[in-house]
Design a protein around this ligand. Structure first.
Ligand SMILES: Cc1cc2nc3c(=O)[nH]c(=O)nc-3n(C[C@H](O)[C@H](O)[C@H](O)COP(=O)(O)OP(=O)(O)OC[C@H]3O[C@@H](n4cnc5c(N)ncnc54)[C@H](O)[C@@H]3O)c2cc1C
Length: 271
């Protein structure tokens, strides 16, 4: 029996008031480094699409909590996460073993800057991510409000391997049949995945592709401009800094919840 399952039946952790204990509904593994899972949603839990929350497991008297972007939209009846598996990672070495019926802890207060309210009105929204940084955008592209506010939504995810693009590719394909956003997504959402290692139809880092202009040529769009374009960035610290400076070069200005502007950023992990 693995470490998590051995302790899951009898949580060592007395659930405090600021934590929900939720049941795992489903788990899907994509690669040896990536998986997604869905948990039950507490009736009183409210969040804005794009926000993150702290999650943990009831496997110790003092559980390890880590920040996780909520990948499902704010209207969904369940909560979805898209996760890395870090070898010997204090949380994910156990989290990657969860099965339906297990318990996941979730702190009650969501937060974050990748929310529509932090952007000024615009025509086109760029959602720029690497790796699990696509998670908050998996939430936003399933929220009708995104399509009410923008005429066009360009979702970019760069990963090393083709297999790492599967989560978002399948999700966007599945939107065709979604009764709530299917029609909007068909008209307005464009997924632009790229790889940096595996051979693929589109290759290269998003920063290089923006600097060279290839991203815009491939999409058949003009280069980013502050008039109509807005952006959100989620990736490693290096990716954030580099992408930020590229966007600033196009004249975009960083915003926040209390000071909306033309782009916002969030770290996909602390590294
Ligand atoms: C605002 C925010 C939102 C986040 N959202 C997500 C999310 O939606 N999905 C997710 O998997 N993680 C997310 N993370 C990272 C998450 O908090 C944990 O770091 C991750 O789950 C690993 O936990 P751990 O305890 O196993 O290892 P940790 O001790 O937390 O990490 C060990 C090392 O693994 C690397 N690492 C950690 N997370 C990642 C990652 N996601 N991708 C690549 N390398 C990583 C880093 O180098 C880190 O130093 C988020 C972090 C922040 C700050």
């Amino acid at each position: 029996m693995d470490a998590y399952a051995a302790t899951a039946a009898q949580p060592a952790y007395p659930i405090p008031e600021n934590v929900f204990a939720e049941r795992v509904v489903s788990v899907k593994h994509f690669t040896d480094r990536l998986f997604s899972f869905r948990i039950t949603r507490p009736a009183s839990f409210r969040f804005r699409s794009g926000e993150f929350v702290m999650i943990g497991l009831p496997n110790a008297a003092k559980p390890v909590f880590r920040a996780y972007s909520i990948a499902s939209p704010s209207w969904d009846e369940e909560i979805e996460f898209f996760s890395i598996k870090v070898e010997d990672g204090p949380l994910t070495e156990h989290l990657q073993k969860i099965v339906p019926g297990d318990t996941v802890l979730m702190r009650k207060k969501p937060t974050g800057t990748l929310v529509l309210d932090a952007l000024l009105p615009g025509k086109r929204l760029y959602l720029l991510s690497t790796g699990t940084g696509v998670a908050p955008f998996a939430s936003l592209v399933r929220d009708p409000e995104t399509y009410e506010k923008f005429e066009e939504v360009i979702l970019v995810q760069t990963c090393r391997e083709v297999a790492e693009l599967r989560y978002i590719t399948e999700l966007v394909e599945g939107l065709q049949d979604d009764p709530l956003v299917g029609e909007f997504a068909a008209d307005k959402l464009r997924l632009h995945t790229t790889t940096t290692r595996d051979s693929f139809v589109r290759m290269g880092r998003v920063t290089d592709l923006m600097r060279s202009g290839k991203l815009f040529t491939d999409l058949g769009l003009p280069a980013i401009s502050p008039e109509g374009d807005r952006a959100m960035i989620c990736g490693s610290m290096d990716m954030l800094n580099e992408t930020k400076s590229v966007l600033q070069g196009f004249g975009l200005v960083e915003g926040a919840n209390n000071a909306p502007a033309s782009f916002v950023v969030e770290r996909a992990f602390v590294g």
